[in-house]
Design a protein around this ligand. Structure first.
Ligand SMILES: Nc1ncnc2c1ncn2[C@@H]1O[C@H](COP(=O)(O)OP(=O)(O)OP(=O)(O)O)[C@@H](O)[C@H]1O
Length: 334
């Protein structure tokens, strides 16, 4: 299979100014500036094949946008390397732009005051799309999702769903190898979500376009993505298919114990157990295969520490991902 995106040890660190508060602080800030580093993407590795449809998901602030910005050449990596279709997206920004399509969330990329048709024509000029390819693509996309209702309308007058449709179609007119979509169905009603998903699937299948999408909508993932990559705090927590994720987590249970004193329980368990530290060792999260009995686990812990509280939960996919988003439970130890 042909690799289209290769990311190696990719890091992005932002320097954020740490301001002192209050009037005194404000005066001090004038003279000395203290900077703090935020590692938004922390040495990630990825390989994506041509034609894959990948969901890139994670909680707010996980590092999704930062990754996408490096893949699209908007941001320069702090270290590591990115190749998209053989190009360095930042250094070869212009060339790269011809290979990719981008739809960033609800940010409209079409001009407000002209019609969709005129906007598309503009894209045709910018991307130097040959007339026959342009016409053919308009026909194909019209067949797939219907363009009649938007073509003559001024962009500012489009509904949210129509605007999303217009932006996605615009991003695909030059037959990009890869398209990056940030929350392509956010805020849309069920019917429109459905038609956008069906459209993306068709484009992916018929044109073999690689699709990378970020979303908070689990239905986008279930319906569209062969592969999901979960990122949190700049690290990849999971990279695989949905079935694998379900297998891994639905066959597992989750237990949380609170201890009277901070004691490590890690060494009590073998590596089938995922043990995550909470509250500096006063609480622990234990993710374990269902064949183990929670009572036996708790008994084991009680031999070492005084347990003050216990909660047990079987996780569904939805809960698991929610959990992952809420308290960064998986694979992190803080
Ligand atoms: N321009 C910036 N300057 C400083 N810090 C930034 C900047 N952009 C992002 N960050 C920080 O980097 C981290 C990752 O942010 P990023 O926007 O990539 O996350 P995200 O997963 O896209 O989140 P969301 O789902 O909210 O869009 C966060 O801690 C964020 O505060």
């Amino acid at each position: 299979m042909e690799t289209i995106i290769k990311v190696s040890d990719l890091v992005k660190t932002y320097k954020v100014q740490r301001g002192k508060k209050g009037l005194k602080g404000a005066i001090k800030n004038l003279f000395s500036r203290e900077y703090e580093e935020v590692k938004a993407v922390d040495a990630i590795n990825l390989e994506i094949n041509k034609g894959e449809m990948v969901g890139y998901i994670g909680p707010n602030g996980a590092g999704k946008s930062t990754t996408i910005k490096m893949l699209t050449g908007v941001l320069q990596p702090t270290s590591g390397s990115v190749r998209v279709n053989g190009l360095d997206p930042f250094r070869d920004r212009i060339k790269n732009a011809f290979n990719i399509g981008v739809v960033f969330g609800q940010r409209n990329q079409l001009l407000w005051d002209i019609s969709v048709q005129e906007s598309f024509d503009l894209f045709k000029d910018i991307y130097e799309i040959p007339e026959d390819l342009y016409q053919r693509n308009l026909e194909i996309f019209d067949e797939m999702i219907g363009l009649d209702d938007i073509m003559d309308i001024q962009v500012r007058k489009l509904s949210l769903g129509m605007k999303m449709k217009a932006n996605i179609v615009a991003s695909l007119l030059h037959d990009p190898e890869v398209v990056f979509l940030d929350e392509p169905t956010i805020g849309l009603d069920v019917m429109v979500k459905h038609s956008i998903r069906r459209f993306l699937k068709q484009v992916n299948q018929e044109k073999n376009t690689t699709v990378i999408l970020t979303t908070h909508d689990m239905d986008d993932i279930e319906e569209l993505c062969d592969r999901i990559i979960i990122i949190d705090q700049g690290n990849i927590l999971y990279d695989g298919n949905l079935i694998g994720l379900k297998d891994e987590f639905i066959t597992n249970s989750r237990l949380e114990v609170e201890l009277k004193e901070a004691v490590s329980i890690v060494e009590l368990f073998n590596d089938e157990f995922k043990i995550n530290k909470r509250k500096e060792g006063l609480a622990w999260e234990i993710i374990f295969p269902n064949r183990y009995k929670p009572a036996a686990i708790i008994t084991k812990i009680m031999e070492k520490a005084e347990v003050v509280d216990v909660s047990i939960e079987e996780m569904s996919l939805e809960q698991m991902i929610k959990q992952l988003y809420e308290d960064k439970s998986l694979g992190s130890d803080n």
